[in-house]
Design a binder for this molecule. Structure first.
Ligand code: PGA
Length: 255
């Protein structure tokens, strides 16, 4: 395993939090705290907050992401947002297939694949989420499921597009629950994801792909999690809403 082959990425996922005015205030608070980061720093924010976020992050090392994107270029898709719209607004990253989208909004492995292809073909960086439920873990399906979700998400993704792919392993039972996977469980899950990429693209390329852990990562446990060989940063929900906590996680990934 060659951790040095890939850049750690700490990405906040704000979910449905913060108005545009709150976005400006929080990013202004965060900027000096993460300025010397030696990892990629990303904030994925609600669509309506994107202009404020891009403006506030201007000239800093914070990159802005969206929390979803539609796979069609344009048309009669009420409520959806396209890759062109995101790019013109200054977005560089997009979260795809978050477990909340899968659970509450009918997202499937197929639509995750379509959204991933649209994002990558448009030159956006895709943070693709995979993860097992507690029931699936207890039944012993974690490896099978993580590999299946990873391969499905990457169907028809070209090898040269992998440089814009980040996979976030997020055990569903750890998201927003305060129950974090142990560092060993995170490392194992991320390892399964990397194995799936290796099975599809070869081991050499798989070593270069950033695989994050997500699920109740916080200022206290980040050090131990990101120290694991397969954990290349994190996708951070709750703790990304607090400037201090988020900056501690960024520092942990910068060591
Ligand atoms: P959490 O969320 O850090 O609040 O558990 C992580 C995520 O949903 O990406």
């Amino acid at each position: 395993m060659k951790k040095e082959l890939r850049k750690a990425v700490i990405a906040g996922n704000w979910k449905m939090n913060n108005t545009p005015a709150q976005t400006t205030a929080l990013i202004n608070e965060m900027k000096p705290l993460v300025a010397d980061a030696d990892c990629e720093v990303v904030l994925c924010v609600p669509y309506i907050d994107i202009p404020a976020a891009v403006e506030a992050a201007k000239g800093s090392n914070i990159k802005i992401g969206a929390e979803n994107v539609h796979f069609k270029a344009s048309g009669a898709y009420t409520g959806e947002v396209s890759t062109d719209m995101l790019k013109e607004a200054g977005v560089e990253y997009v979260v795809i297939g978050h477990s909340e989208r899968r659970t509450y909004f009918g997202e499937t492995d197929q639509t995750v694949n379509l959204r991933s292809l649209a994002a990558l073909n448009a030159g956006l960086k895709a943070i693709i989420c995979v993860g097992e439920t507690l029931e699936q873990r207890e039944l012993g399906y974690t490896e099978t499921l993580l590999k299946f979700q990873t391969k499905m998400a990457l169907t028809n993704v070209k090898p040269e597009q992998l440089k814009n792919v980040i996979i976030a392993y997020e055990p569903v039972w750890a998201i927003g629950t305060g129950v974090t996977a142990t560092a060993d469980q995170a490392d194992e899950g991320n390892g399964f994801v990397r194995e799936a990429i290796a099975e599809a693209y070869g081991a050499e390329l798989a070593e270069t792909v950033t695989v994050q852990y997500g699920g109740s990562m916080n200022a206290k446990n980040a050090d131990e999690l990101v120290a694991k060989v397969n954990v290349d940063g994190g996708l951070i929900g709750g703790a990304s809403l607090k400037a201090q906590d988020f900056s501690v996680i960024v520092k942990a990934a910068s060591k």
